[in-house]
Design a protein around this ligand. Sequence first.
Ligand code: BQZ
Length: 696
Amino acid sequence: MISRKLALTGALMLGVSLCASQAFAQATPAPLPDPPKFDAQQAPNFVSISDIMEYKALAEYHEPQWVTDQFVKTGKLPAVKDRLPTEPLVFKTANEPDGTGVYGDVMRHVIGGRPQGWNYAAGQVQGWGGIDIGMFECLTRTGPLFEVKADELEPMPNLAKSWDWSADGHELTMHLIAGAKWSDGEPFTADDVMFYWEDNISDPNVKPLNSAGPDSFGVGTTLKKIDDNTVLWTFKDAFPKQYLYTMAYGGFCPLPAHLLKPQHPKYSSNTYEQYTNAFPPEFLNFPVMGAWVPVEYRADDIVVMRRNAYYWKVDEAGNQLPYLDEMEYKLSTWADRDVQAVAGTGDFSNLEQAESYVEALKRSADPAAPARLAFGARTIGYSLYPNLSGNGWGEPDARSQAVRELNRNTDFRLALTSAIDRQHLGDSLVKGPFTAIYPGGLYAGTAYYDKASTVYYPFDVGVAKAALEKAGLKDTDGNGIVNFPAGTADGQDVSVTLLANADYQTDKNLAEGVVASMEAIGIRVIVDLVSGANMTATQNSGKWDWQIFRNGSELISVVQNTASLAPTGPQTSPLHRAGADGTVDLLPWEQQMVDVVNKFIATSDAAQRVELMKQYQKLYTENVNAIGLTQYPGALIINKRFANIPAGAPIFMFNWAEDNIIRERVFVPTDKQQNLELHAKTLPGAPGLGNGPMSD
Ligand code: BQZ
């Protein structure tokens, strides 16, 4: 068995090198058409981070009058100054587009996901659409960086208020905000950070949502507590400033140790499954560091959140944030989010499904329309990801293993990329100047993109069929579908499962486009539509052959989630993770990409980073690491009653707009407030009150 396997591998490796040279002769790169001109409707006002925020003690603090009257004067809560940290995070008035806000009103989100529970640390999904972004604050913050000057770009402080590098750059002393409290009044300290690092990120049995494990902070990185407000990072590389981006949303967003630790298997008789499920959505008043706390949950209906009375951020006038007293998440569909935002029954949407563009534009063009719609840059992009694991990620059966061996064959991937008519695919979503041909890799129009380093194999069915033949695939039984080579998967028809997110019409349409494209070259594709939280779990499980993937921010900014640009660790790549033996069986160009990405992370030399990303782009696109499909702009739809929406806020760049617009600073001028709150003048339960909103 081993000899056959080695022989196959040997032949494959030889095949890869031979085919790579021959196939290139067949699949000839062509000049990449420039994206149709499409300018973002607003440009940001570029500023320094110090123009946005600072940490300092103010002479006095304020809160909504009803909080004072109903809760402070009645002894249910301490005075606001005692609920705030010594030096709260202060948002500066000059950076508030409409200045100091007023209290009251609600932002009504509509989302397509569903909450599994609040244990984000153990990988539970809260439903996306801004729920987790608003509940779980992170060590650093990157969403608002879209408006920070390019030459001053670095993550904003958040729960970590400052940090100092050692002279040799291998140590980072991180100073946490002192005196901040969870929404239940318990102190936030380094113990929360250490619990998240030691017993969640670093525990191989726990996978925090959006986290790629400890390696996304660098192999061999350690973290230790110095005192209640200080932790010390130690890195193998010198000055890996990259990881400060990973400490933003997705990477390092601590949850309350005082609630989670007693449920963790290391400290209880719980199983990991019991730990994961210890805080179902019905568990209300789950302590958060975020601006709003869940106080009501009705399955398939709504999640309602109320202001966190211990929130640790203020404006320069000393007003404790958030200005909005309530946040709602109607549990519906992503398409309905667009419809409701345009109609005015919802307040917010990231217009990201190209099929909705024409209708949304038409309705928003009416001056009486309740919401404003502003297009940003082309930062929404989809790829067809082949599962590149050959050593068992996702426990493939014989057929799936045979598909993966093909996925690892450059000729096969050249066939796939040549079979896709990207222009037609984009037009099938929406006609007009929106979509652009996207060959894969870094997005055109972004900081590190270099067209000259982008290899584009144009649509050509003949080339695709020839490349399939070079990959050893022929239709031996004449039924129109090519067959695996004799001795592989019993020489059966090549059929491939294509995982796609059932929650988005765009994902489904692209999947259908891939099915049709592949049928034309004799590959049968079976679409596996998965919805909601199961999608995240399925993606992470590796139980798929191909996947329609809406790309993450790393292909836009490069500096966010950099480690996921290549399989730099066992869990970092969306398309190639470790097999059962814990190793990632990298193919030659993947190893080169890993080396380039690690060099990028290890250097802060700007010119070197630009050069390294050119190498990355060439490696990615020349070897068809994945098959780019289409790239297009998103539009932010916000109800017109809201103020303090930053100009040019993209729906997706370093993060989603739910982070980018700084919701805790958004307000509704008094004369536009419409008494839409569902639990007006209530607060989440105080300590010991358990479930249910606390009201007078
Ligand atoms: C935005 C976002 C906020 C996840 C999710 C969802 C999950 C993915 C992705 C987007 C939704 C919205 O995206 O589509 O506009 O509101 O929530 O988190 O697609 O299935 O796993 O990465 O962010």
